[in-house]
Design a protein around this ligand. Sequence first.
Ligand SMILES: Cc1cc2nc3c(=O)[nH]c(=O)nc-3n(C[C@H](O)[C@H](O)[C@H](O)COP(=O)(O)OP(=O)(O)OC[C@H]3O[C@@H](n4cnc5c(N)ncnc54)[C@H](O)[C@@H]3O)c2cc1C
Length: 361
Amino acid sequence: MTIAPNGMKILNHLGIGNRIARLGAPIDFIRFTDKTDKAISRFGNKSSKLDEVGAIALPRSTLMQVLREKVSEAGITVLNDFSIDHIDYHHDYVNLYFKNKEMVKADMVIGADGANSTIRQYVCDGQSTPKIHKSVVIGGLVKSENIKSIINYKDDSSRSSINLLLHHDKSFGFCCGSKDESIWMWWCRVDDDISEKISHTLREKKRELLLNAFSGWKSPVQELLLETEYISVNHAYDLEPLHSWHKNRAVLIGDAAHAMPPSSGQGASLAMEDALSLACSLSVNDLCPQIAFEQYASMRKERVEKIAELARRQRQPPVSPLKFWFIKKALSVILPIVGPRSNKWIYDYDPRQISWYKRAI
Ligand SMILES: Cc1cc2nc3c(=O)[nH]c(=O)nc-3n(C[C@H](O)[C@H](O)[C@H](O)COP(=O)(O)OP(=O)(O)OC[C@H]3O[C@@H](n4cnc5c(N)ncnc54)[C@H](O)[C@@H]3O)c2cc1C
């Protein structure tokens, strides 16, 4: 996965930004080509503040491991196998009931339980059921010393880029995921028929379907598909804006509040921004949930919904070859100008600069 510069700011705040930067690979550019690797466009992907760590790509498991170590250093216990079943509110406490039959009485509950959140059902109780759209994301991780020699770039800056190969009915993206270039990550979009077939087939058949779909595409597309041990098929969710992110003593953060298409590259970074914002709001409001939750939500909703809307617009459905030709021409002119500018307000955001947050830190 990639952590955008705004997410890296939060990791820096936690004191683990440099460690993540050392383990992952920098993503300083976004590079668009066609399936033959002919350049369409390229633009910088950094925060405009030069002293800050830019975007980093790394395996999700590596990020999780570093976060878990940090949590453990802070003396916080993580309990596994505690899956929430339901909650009930009381005036000044909330009871949490887990599937393992345990019960916990708590001052408040923070629903950080992802796109299929259970806590969201309680927060949205009484509102119309929020709509959630599901899509299939196919991808893989290649861990191999051999891959260095396979990935043969024309210029060195491509090594620190997200490389997106576009075609009228499908696309393939890849980037390096470790400093020593021994890990590479890829993901692709194919039409609904192929996605459906891939979702329901076994490992080697998945590979065969993808090798066929991307036959004739410029190296290293086929090589990455061949070297991937496990081709993953995940669901991505896009949640329509919620009327409210909190109710009584429960509040939502991250995907539970605002799952958005992964093409935004922002889901994890926004979840981390939410967490820091909520922590600051609780701190300045003496842990009073109602006031803190309201302040947190009013600070976050507009930004997050704007980014989600942008991600929805960027999702390119399959188009005719002629329309794709026009899109390519337009992208080659527009993206170098608009690309960095359109990301600036997203990357430069720092919750720590907001006046009432400063009192909390
Ligand atoms: C294929 C794919 C690729 C992506 N790539 C990127 C990327 O490159 N960059 C990026 O920023 N974002 C990316 N995203 C989005 C990103 O993964 C999410 O936005 C981010 O993980 C949200 O974090 P979260 O903590 O809110 O939710 P999650 O990471 O989903 O965590 C939710 C946690 O809650 C737990 N949980 C769920 N239900 C319960 C329950 N009932 N009781 C107890 N615990 C529960 C889950 O086990 C999980 O540990 C991608 C998403 C997908 C699907």
